[in-house]
Design a protein around this ligand. Structure first.
Ligand SMILES: [Ca+2]
Ligand SMILES: [Ca+2]
Length: 209
């Protein structure tokens, strides 16, 4: 009886902790923006900024839906022959590992490959895709040393107005293996203690009867 109650409580705590750890802190699929916005100036409320060049907003309903079925998405090389730094920001908690996840696809114009430099806090990575590559999901992780606001950004290194396409950008806290294993260990200990308590109660009742 006691054992069942303790295990149920511990399971609940474990479930809550994992749910909390996997929480998403940012997501944008760009579908709320109207396509055919060349040299796009995102609304301040979106958090997105474009600096040192331009990006375009393409997609469903527009005249240049290169990848149908994905709503709107960003062409990381705008229409000014200078690709811009496309960035946003999130508030992160010290010591938690976060995953920046996003979809990239080839430019679908011309035959050459394109490279995009991605940053997330102090983490950086580059991705090269062929012109005809379909959307695939990529991810970059970062663990901040102190709580605060951190940016993530995308820069297409070409400048021919035909950049890689970006869609479905998200930032999520990922479960910490240490925490999970500690909780599972704690669950086992609680079970062990409850077992001992039940055994003791059983022996006392036998002794008294
Ligand atoms: Ca989209
Ligand atoms: Ca463009």
């Amino acid at each position: 009886m006691i054992l069942r109650k303790v295990v149920a409580t511990a399971s609940l705590l474990l479930g809550c902790s994992l749910t909390h750890a996997a929480s998403q802190v940012f997501f944008d699929d760009f579908n709320s923006y109207i396509p055919d916005q060349f040299n796009w100036s995102p609304a301040a409320s979106s958090g997105w900024t474009v600096s040192d060049g331009t990006v375009d907003l393409n997609g469903a309903g527009g005249n240049y839906d290169f990848l149908p079925g994905n709503g709107s998405y960003v062409d990381l090389d705008g229409s000014s022959f200078v690709s811009g730094v496309f960035s946003n920001h999130v508030n992160l908690i010290e010591g938690t590992t976060y995953l920046l996840s996003f979809d990239l696809a080839g430019s679908h114009r011309g035959t050459h490959a394109d490279t995009v430099h991605v940053t997330f806090g102090s983490a950086t990575a580059s991705y090269m895709l062929g012109s005809e590559d379909a959307f695939s999901t990529y991810a970059l992780s970062f663990t901040p040393g102190s709580s605060g606001t951190y940016s993530f950004s995308y820069l297409d290194v070409s400048g021919d107005n035909r950049g890689l396409f970006l869609d479905n950008v998200s930032v999520s806290a990922i479960p910490e293996p240490m925490t999970s294993s500690m909780l599972i260990g704690g669950l086992g200990l609680l079970g062990f203690l409850a077992n001992r308590r039940e055994l003791r109660a059983h022996l006392i009742s036998r002794f008294r009867s």
